[in-house]
Write a protein that binds this ligand. Structure first.
Ligand SMILES: Nc1ncnc2c1ncn2[C@@H]1O[C@H](COP(=O)(O)OP(=O)(O)OP(=O)(O)O)[C@@H](O)[C@H]1O
Ligand SMILES: [Mg+2]
Length: 430
């Protein structure tokens, strides 16, 4: 595989209630009341000012039989949310619940059968209330009925949604989790998914193209292995080519935008990254028009039918691409950087990506940042700097850490919650 143009990104440039999505009512909102009233009057005023100027935000999250939570009802006032708690207290479960109001399998990449609370009725539900930029409330829900645990049910307002992909017209997510600490050390798959999440955050259509590509690829594979109709195989190859080239083009655009993004205040804290995309389609798009790359890819798929049938998978396409990241200052691949340097590079990329989304004119689908164990590798200056950057970017952010002291310096600028004993409460900082 050849390498496409290297670009830079950085500071950076760089109980057993039937689980039905949004089956909750305000009457059950005691915990949310507490959470909201944990904030001071001033902070609430600041929050309203923020909400007014920055628009949309998640205002409430209700969980039923989700992971360790039999029931949780949380209100968010618009300030960045800091969730502290001991190992196993349920912090990541909250971020995971939020991330499921989006396409894919959430921050943990979990299977559906892992989500219902062990000891519950077998179903689960996550419901979110959202205030859109116009101040109107939207309601999103995802879950599964106990009788059909393998079927994910999605709702937007009062209507059934076609699937989790429909959420991305309303909300976008970017996340960092401890599992991603090894992103630069492991196989291409996770890096590719990270790149695709960054691309999806810029363009909701990226997710639809990825689904369409995968569906066409699966159908073609089945057809090739069963020795089916060659004309149908050609039609599927054209679909793969159309969507595959659009996917590669979207990734290239994201990489280029990451290179140009400048995040105020980040340059001294999070290292600049140089990025390369490794993939045949991405490389081909550097020198040729999209229509020509499509035609060439469809033609090559056709000549490779026997090879792909024998291999049990398509050997060529955007599902094989990789994201290569370099620490610009050190001039070396991220893979060879220290754990802390790798984390800082990742944070720089996510901030650069958030900056790109902030610069987009369309605010139809606001971005939510989910930063799990974000403080773990950061010294106090970087922690403070990260908070200021996030605050200035204006996106709603949810952050977790094992010790509330990690977030104490943020004071009333953040909404502090503490996870303990299967519940979340407002945290006191003194
Ligand atoms: N389906 C489930 N039913 C019940 N409990 C679950 C389920 N899945 C996970 N858990 C439990 O939920 C608890 C909280 O997990 P979570 O990952 O949210 O903890 P955490 O606060 O993020 O901890 P850490 O600081 O170690 O990351 C764990 O004890 C975990 O075993
Ligand atoms: Mg955790």
């Amino acid at each position: 595989m050849s390498e496409a143009a290297v670009t830079s990104a950085g500071p950076a440039h760089a109980g057993t209630a039937p689980a039905r999505p949004d089956a909750s009512s305000g009457a059950r909102g005691a915990a949310s009341h507490d959470a909201l009233h944990g904030a001071s009057h001033d902070a609430q005023e600041n929050a309203s000012a923020r909400a007014a100027c920055r628009g949309a935000r998640l205002t409430r999250l209700i969980l039923n039989d989700f992971r360790s939570y039999a029931r949780a009802d949380l209100a968010f006032d618009g300030r960045p949310v800091a969730i502290a708690g001991a190992n196993g207290a349920g912090k990541t479960n909250i971020l995971e619940a939020i991330s499921l109001i989006g396409p894919g399998r959430g921050v943990r990449g979990a299977r559906l059968d892992e989500l219902p609370r062990i000891g519950g009725a077998g179903g689960w539900a996550v419901s979110a209330r959202f205030m859109d930029a116009g101040g109107d409330e939207r309601r999103f829900g995802v879950g599964a009925e106990p009788s059909r645990p393998a079927r994910r049910v999605c709702r937007i307002d009062d209507a059934a949604a076609s699937g989790p992909g429909a959420f991305s017209d309303h909300l976008r997510f970017l996340w960092l989790t401890p599992a991603m600490d090894r992103l630069f050390m492991e196989g291409a798959g996770e890096r590719r998914r990270f790149l695709d999440r960054m691309t999806l955050a810029c363009d909701p259509a990226h997710g639809r193209r990825a689904s369409a590509f995968e569906q066409a690829m699966r159908q073609r594979q089945r057809l090739l292995e069963e020795g089916g109709d060659p004309a149908l195989a050609s039609a599927l190859e054209i679909q793969m080519a159309e969507n595959g080239v659009a996917i590669a083009a979207g990734r290239r655009e994201t990489a280029a935008r990451l290179a140009a993004a400048e995040v105020a205040g980040a340059a001294d804290l999070f290292p600049a990254a140089d990025i390369a995309l490794e993939g045949e389609l991405e490389a081909a798009l550097a020198d040729a028009k999209a229509a020509d790359v499509e035609e060439d890819y469809a033609a090559r798929l056709k000549t490779r039918r026997r090879l792909d049938a024998e291999a049990g998978r398509a050997l060529l396409g955007p599902h094989r691409s990789d994201l290569l990241v370099y620490h610009r200052g050190k001039g070396r691949p991220a893979r060879l950087c220290s754990t802390g340097e790798q984390k800082a590079l990742l944070i720089g990329l996510v901030l650069a990506n958030a900056r790109i989304v902030a610069a987009q004119e369309s605010a139809d689908a606001p971005l939510i940042l989910l930063l799990d164990e974000i403080a773990a590798h950061l010294d106090p200056d970087r922690r403070a700097g990260l908070f200021s950057i996030i605050d200035a970017l204006g996106f709603q952010a949810f952050m977790t850490g094992t010790d509330k002291a990690l977030f104490a310096a943020w004071g009333e600028r953040a909404q502090h919650l503490e996870a303990c004993g299967g519940a979340l409460h407002p945290a006191t900082l003194t």
